[in-house]
Ligand binder design. Structure first.
Ligand code: SAM
Ligand code: DTB
Ligand code: SF4
Length: 336
């Protein structure tokens, strides 16, 4: 065999391996997990969770809206879209000092990650000057840093990485098939391109979606398959339960069976064994019993703090009390 044939053979094998890694979760297989009897699904999720994590430890991540409202996009769930009358008024970017104070308060409450969110379609290069300052300062407090600023170009991702950003949050939101029913001002490929730019810059990926928007179970399976087949899959997977905000097109939607939300968490755990699966928006509405089932299903991260970006979240004291009753400890930045 000539050297070039050997090289070609190795390259073909490598491509095949990458393709296999990309296609490990066909949608039908993910849908089959959703269809398992509930107890069997929980059992499998528990096995995967315990093989990869301390099952009694959780990550606490606090969110802050650094630029609120006035967004030009048409995401049908979002209270910050300028075109919907939701009572949210557009504000300028927060001063850096205010962001640092909020990050310090989050750290004092036990959070280890601080996520800064902006209601932008995409940041302008000049917007990033202030965000870089925020990232540097928050990182300097000893917190993990995350930002969610909309679509990103690779050189913008590189700037954030250089400033000390650890994670970038950008959600796929739903399956490719249902996506057009939710958002029309950017397409699925735009989202995948941003995720590619983020990876290319060496940032860790936080990417998930929303359930309860009127999608089918097959669509939920489609979302999870998309996430699980990213190569590599995201390090953090936020699963949001739609928070229905009056004035948005999704307001008044039939509320999803909460057990279906628990199933989604379990399927995310099974298909992305080493990811932090985050119980995200909608936790307050789900109540303590369903949240507990989510922890049992493998959720090991929450948004922690009395507010998400606009809407409410469980009170810190209530979360501490529930986690205490369950014997779940919070992760420190020294632990895994
Ligand atoms: N503007 C940026 C973007 O869209 O990428 C960043 C902020 S945006 C608010 C981040 C994510 O929050 C969305 O992708 C969506 O998954 C989630 N989200 C927004 N409104 C929500 C709601 N009402 N219920 C549940 N999740 C929501
Ligand atoms: C994510 O997946 N959920 C968070 C965070 N990433 C940025 C945002 C939830 C927003 C819920 C509605 C609101 O308060 O605006
Ligand atoms: Fe804008 Fe993000 Fe809300 Fe969509 S989800 S309207 S991009 S702030």
């Amino acid at each position: 065999m000539s050297i070039s044939t050997v090289t070609l053979h190795a390259a073909t094998k490598k491509v095949a391996a990458v393709a296999a890694a990309n296609e490990i979760w066909p949608v039908a297989e993910v849908a089959a997990l959703f269809a398992l009897p509930f107890n069997d699904l929980m059992y499998r999720a528990q096995q995967v969770h315990r093989a990869n994590f301390d099952a009694n430890e959780i990550e606490l991540a606090t969110l802050l809206s650094i630029k609120t409202g006035g967004c030009p996009e048409d995401c049908g769930y979002c209270p910050q879209a300028a075109r919907y009358d939701t009572g949210v008024t557009a504000q300028k970017m927060l001063p850096v000092a205010e962001v640092i104070a909020a990050a310090q308060a989050a750290k004092d409450q036990g959070a280890t990650r601080f996520c800064m969110g902006a209601a932008w379609r995409a940041p302008k290069d000049r917007d990033l000057d202030a965000v870089e300052e925020m990232v540097k300062a928050v990182k300097g407090l000893g917190l993990e840093t995350c930002a969610t600023l909309g679509m990103l170009q690779e050189q913008q991702a590189a700037r954030l990485k250089d400033a000390g950003l650890d994670f970038y949050n950008h959600n796929l939101d739903t399956s490719p098939e249902f996506y057009g029913d939710v958002i029309t001002t950017r397409d699925y490929q735009d989202r995948l391109d941003t995720l590619g730019a983020v990876r290319q810059a060496g940032l860790k990926v936080c990417c998930g979606g929303i359930v309860g928007m009127g999608e089918s179970r097959l669509s939920r399976a489609g979302l999870i398959a998309q996430l699980a087949n990213l190569n590599p899959y995201p390090e953090s997977v936020p699963i949001n339960h739609l928070v229905q905000v009056e004035g948005t097109p999704m307001y008044g939607q039939d509320v999803l069976d909460p057990l279906e939300f628990v199933r989604t968490i379990a399927v995310a755990r099974i298909t992305m064994p080493k990811a932090r699966v985050r119980l995200s928006a909608g936790r307050r509405e789900l109540g303590e019993g369903i949240q507990t089932l989510c922890y049992l299903a493998g959720a090991n991260s929450i948004f922690y703090g009395d507010k998400l970006l606009i809407t409410g979240n469980p009170e810190v004291e209530d979360d501490k009390a529930l986690l205490g009753r369950l014997g779940i400890r919070s992760k420190t930045n020294q632990s895994a």
